[in-house]
Design a protein around this ligand. Structure first.
Ligand SMILES: Cc1ncc(COP(=O)(O)O)c(C=O)c1O
Length: 383
């Protein structure tokens, strides 16, 4: 039996909606499914505006540009994330500064604000004392179904005119409570939030993304720059260098049908998660990391922590054991400060990031995973 890490699941109106696009001829970046999908994302997340784009990476890039990140700026990014987060900063010709995460893979807000407080604080923003560059933005990433505590970060950044672009690409379906007990979806407390609908995400459009924002001017800029900055649709007049970055109607049709099923997907993933935890309850070497109680996580990925004095070798041996048994697992994201394109970038203390990288792997977590498959994963784990 081979068990993949995370596969898409199509069990709703996907074919019906996609066929409708083909039969009506509306297959490209304009069409009712694009607007319906955007509206449905707004309703689900509570966002005011949503702009559909062709990937999560594009969403991050466009959000940074719309939010005013310029050439030579710096942006704080967690080292523990997929490389797309930092690459988006480079697409905007800015530079990432790498920060640590906490035990739940969430940006360490205390360390970030401590670092920022020690920089050159001016009336109109914060400048890095080491590089002399403006620190324009922070990208908190809601990783693996966990969330960054946004309250303190939002108040600090508002006070110092630092833009917040939330990388919520992995967290559609994740709701958390603020200090006052109010429920929020991820991605909507910052200035702009980004989602991904890549093949392994909780819902997929094949490839795709969405930027959400409460700011009407940002939303207008996003619509403008993602459609080649066209100001006249007949004479094709353009007022700046734009991009061809919108989602197609075909992809949006798929996305809408998937979004209709998201709660069922999360329910099934929660059942798998609980079953893994039940099987590993007594195990002192391995632990399926739980989620904070006030979090309604989408349980996108399951993280297995190696508790026994984690060493890189034992993690890699464990991965190899799974791969030999045709069970697809992988370590958590390789920290970005260790990746070739970012070796020279500024790095804050990232000790928790390095600890997690050495001691955590992701286990199979597809929506249609069976109990027999979970039994098999745990059997291999215990051999
Ligand atoms: C944390 C994170 N950021 C950004 C992305 C980029 O999304 P996409 O693959 O849709 O470009 C992904 C997903 O792949 C991701 O996991």
């Amino acid at each position: 039996m081979s068990i993949p890490l995370c596969t898409p699941h199509f069990d709703g109106r996907e074919s019906q909606y996609v066929l409708d696009c083909i039969e009506t001829g509306w297959v490209s970046t304009v069409g009712t499914y694009v607007s319906r999908f955007e509206k449905a994302i707004c309703e689900y997340t509570g966002a005011n505006h949503a702009v559909a784009v062709n990937s999560g990476s594009t969403a991050l890039h466009m959000a940074l540009i719309a939010g005013g990140v310029e050439s030579g700026d710096e942006v704080i990014v967690p080292s523990m994330t997929f490389i797309a987060t930092a690459n988006a900063v480079r697409y905007a010709d800015a530079q990432p500064i790498f920060a640590d995460c906490d035990d739940n893979f969430a940006l360490d807000v205390v360390r970030v604000t401590t670092f920022l407080n020690a920089q050159d604080i001016r009336k109109d923003g914060i400048w890095n004392r080491e590089t002399g560059r403006r620190i324009k933005a922070v990208i908190p990433v809601h990783l693996y179904g966990y969330t960054v505590d946004m309250g303190d970060l939002v108040s600090f950044c508002r006070k110092h005119q630092i833009l917040i672009v939330e990388d919520a690409t992995e967290s559609l379906g994740t709701f958390y409570q603020d200090a006052a007990g109010k429920r929020h979806h991820t991605g909507i407390q910052g200035d702009l939030g980004c989602f991904s609908f890549n093949g392994n995400k909780i819902i997929t459009t094949g490839g795709g993304g969405m930027v959400v924002t409460g700011n009407t001017a940002y939303a207008e800029t996003l619509r403008h720059i993602t459609t080649q900055a066209k100001i006249d649709p007949i004479f094709y007049v353009h007022d700046q260098v734009g991009y061809n970055n919108r989602l197609t109607n075909l992809q949006a049709a798929l996305g809408l049908a998937q979004l209709e099923q998201i709660e069922t997907f999360i329910l099934k993933k929660t059942q798998h998660f609980n079953y893994y935890r039940e099987l590993l309850e007594e195990n002192i070497t391995y632990e399926i990391r739980d989620y904070p109680e006030d979090l309604r996580s989408n349980k996108w990925f399951f993280s297995l922590r190696l508790n026994a004095t984690p060493a890189l070798e034992s993690r890699d041996k464990l991965i190899q054991r799974f791969l030999n048994e045709k069970i697809q697992v992988r370590p958590v994201w390789r920290p970005l400060h260790l990746q070739e394109p970012y070796r020279k970038n500024q790095v804050l203390d990232v000790s928790t990031t390095e600890k997690l990288w050495n001691s955590t792997i992701n286990l199979p977590c597809s929506v249609d995973l069976t109990r027999t498959e979970i039994d098999r994963v745990v059997e291999v784990l215990n051999t």
